[in-house]
Write a protein that binds this ligand. Structure first.
Ligand SMILES: Nc1ncnc2c1ncn2[C@@H]1O[C@H](COP(=O)(O)OP(=O)(O)O)[C@@H](O)[C@H]1O
Ligand SMILES: [Mg+2]
Length: 301
């Protein structure tokens, strides 16, 4: 793990700590992606907090705003949810970053899944996947009722971009087959990496793209496609041996969610796959691998 406690990125954190009479003993990066760096800050009191630094300031500002809004709604309706959300703590306007509660002992669901491939006693996992399905259904129901007038996912950058190219006809033809009654406020980036498991608790994280309305199948499709993709990339040797297990886990997730129309789900997976390849278009090799994975390897149902 890389430590950057003496670099400029850390200096405002030390000022913040001083103002709040906190003593930082360590800052270390625990995850990086194209859009952000997530670090764990340790305090001398033994407490730990998360610092998420965005590479694009508007994006991280929207994310903090969404996260804070969601957290306050979640707090008011806690009894309706079987999942938690880490408490947002402070936004650094000039440093494209924010602090939030650290979920002690958290592992992302994809890590838990990959570890279970090696463990023959993994019969607890279908229950966990079913619970994640229940949590998503709770999110969809409550947040759709609470905020009925969200933007259409067709206006989201990546879908909008896709629609300005040659994929438009196929995308819209499929999109129009979804009945209005299946529209919900979606999380949009609902993938196993954005679900944390800590002991008995399930946490949702990473709320950059929420606030779009789309068929509920959108979140189901992203979850299933990325579960396959991540397992294939992380454990290619295990992926082919465990396809039945993967299908069973996906089934448990869907049964937890509730009534799912498999034809609509597969239609939405096609939409998700078109959008996913489009998002990766600037990295031609990645986009091509993804295209091949979706065309040749991932099961269609
Ligand atoms: N509040 C938290 N507590 C513990 N770990 C976290 C927390 N937030 C993020 N992480 C870790 O950092 C990873 C990336 O976080 P995420 O917010 O999804 O960043 P990104 O936007 O780059 O995807 C997560 O998968 C998890 O391992
Ligand atoms: Mg994430």
């Amino acid at each position: 793990m890389k430590s950057y406690s003496s670099s400029p990125i850390g200096s405002y954190i030390y000022e913040y700590a001083k103002l709040n009479r906190l003593v930082i003993t360590d800052i270390r990066i625990i995850a990086t992606s194209d859009l952000s760096t997530v670090s764990l800050i340790s305090l001398d009191s033994g407490q730990k907090i998360i610092l998420k630094v965005g590479k694009v300031s508007e994006v991280i500002m929207d994310e903090y705003f969404n996260h804070s809004n969601l957290y306050s709604h979640w707090q008011k309706h806690k009894d309706k949810f079987d999942f938690k959300i880490p408490r947002p703590l402070y936004f650094f306007q000039n440093h494209s970053s924010y602090l939030m509660e650290y979920v002690e002992g958290a592992k992302s669901l994809d890590e838990v899944f990959c570890a279970s491939l090696m463990d023959s006693r993994s019969n607890l996992l279908p229950k966990l996947f079913a619970r994640v399905g229940v949590c998503l259904a709770q999110y969809h129901t409550v947040f759709t009722q609470m905020r009925p007038n969200t933007k259409s996912v067709l206006d989201h950058d990546s879908v909008d971009g896709l629609l300005s190219g040659s994929g438009k006809k196929e995308y819209l033809q499929i999109y129009r087959t979804f009945p209005k009654k299946c529209y919900r406020n979606i999380l949009k980036d609902f993938k196993p990496q954005n679900i944390l498991v800590a002991g008995e608790d399930i946490y949702f994280i990473d709320f950059q793209k929420i606030d779009y309305s789309a068929p509920l199948y959108y979140d189901l499709a992203r979850f299933i496609d990325t579960l396959h993709l991540f397992t294939f990339l992380e454990k290619p040797d295990q992926y082919f041996k465990n396809r039945k297990y993967l299908a069973k886990s996906a089934c448990s997730f869907l049964s937890g969610y509730g009534e799912v129309n498999m034809r609509l789900l597969s239609a939405c997976r096609r939409l998700h796959q078109l959008e996913h390849v489009y998002i990766k278009r600037k990295k031609a090799l990645n986009a091509f691998i993804l295209f091949l994975f979706y065309k040749l390897i991932i099961p269609k149902v």
